[in-house]
Design a protein around this ligand. Structure first.
Ligand code: NAP
Length: 255
């Protein structure tokens, strides 16, 4: 039976890696992001390598019309989507007291409202088919006091937990993936130097994505990735909030 996954933010970073690993597992794909040329290049590469079917669905998820087009694709009965990866995201670089409120709204919408909207679109079909998975890319920041980014990610962790608790009995598994620092374009786009964290603190996208997909397969409600952050997890409550707030794990509170 053909399985299909829709990945948001598939043009770069974790999303492109999700597309690669899912295609290697034999999933047909629907790729969503704003940059159509990057999506098409990835689609051609994956279709040639794995022989899978790849749809390209360019969309700005902060545009209401585009968002509804993606929601409609998720709700479609034809070529149904079995796995939704809610991954697209960015963080506001400026300190909270100095940021533009419209940037805060856009970040909150992309990280919190968009995964809710898309989960709402895909769930009825998954329930009717008795199977499906939703992987929400949250962040370790969702459990830490690291700015308004933390607040948005905490919402998606809570949503994942609630949906997992309610819909596992219907065959639909919902998993929150909580990475620490990962080498992608994320910090570059924020204008934050990679030197905010020592090299040893950065995880590779491939191991984070592998952890996320394994947790989804095992029907876990949440997973912290990668191993170095799982090791650090018990010690994080010992670190004073004001130190965590200055790390730049999500948005910055300093400056
Ligand atoms: N990197 C980290 O250290 C880290 C840590 C924890 C959690 N995360 C989370 O991981 C997820 C993926 O981030 P990443 O690290 O892979 O960052 P990235 O390399 O910057 O990729 C972000 C992706 O999101 C897409 N995107 C951004 N705005 C969009 C919009 N309005 N509509 C549609 N797509 C949009 C981008 O594509 P286009 O520009 O083509 O639209 C891109 O494909 C995010 O949710 C992030 O919060 C990252």
């Amino acid at each position: 039976m053909e399985m299909r996954a829709l990945v948001t933010g598939a043009s770069a970073g974790l999303g492109a890696e999700f597309a690669r690993q899912l295609s290697a597992d034999g999933f047909a794909l629907v790729l969503v992001a704003r940059d159509e040329s990057r999506l098409r290049a990835l689609a051609d590469e994956l279709a040639a390598a794995s022989g899978i079917e790849v749809e390209v669905l360019p969309a700005d998820l902060l545009d209401a019309v585009d968002l509804e087009r993606v929601a409609a694709r998720l709700a479609a009965d034809a070529r149904p989507v079995d796995v939704l990866v809610n991954n697209a995201g960015f963080a506001v670089a400026e300190a909270f007291h100095a940021s533009a409120i419209d940037d805060e709204r856009r970040m909150h919408e992309l990280l919190s409202w968009v995964p809710l909207r898309l989960s709402h679109a895909v769930l009825p079909g998954m329930r009717a088919r008795g199977r499906g998975g939703i992987l929400n890319v949250a962040s370790l920041a969702g459990r830490l006091p690291s700015g308004s980014y933390s607040a948005a990610k905490a919402q998606v962790v809570a949503l994942s937990r609630s949906l997992h608790a309610r819909y596992a009995r219907d065959g639909v598994s919902v998993t929150a993936l909580l990475p620490g620092f990962v080498v992608t374009e994320f910090h570059d786009r924020m204008g934050v130097s990679p030197d905010v964290v020592p090299r040893a603190g950065w995880a590779d996208a491939s191991s984070v994505v592998r952890d996320g997909l394994r947790a989804l397969r095992k029907r876990r409600r949440a997973v912290v990735s990668d191993w170095r952050y799982r090791l650090a997890l018990p010690f994080l409550p010992l670190v004073p909030d004001r130190l965590i707030a200055g790390t730049g794990l999500g948005g910055r509170l300093d400056g």
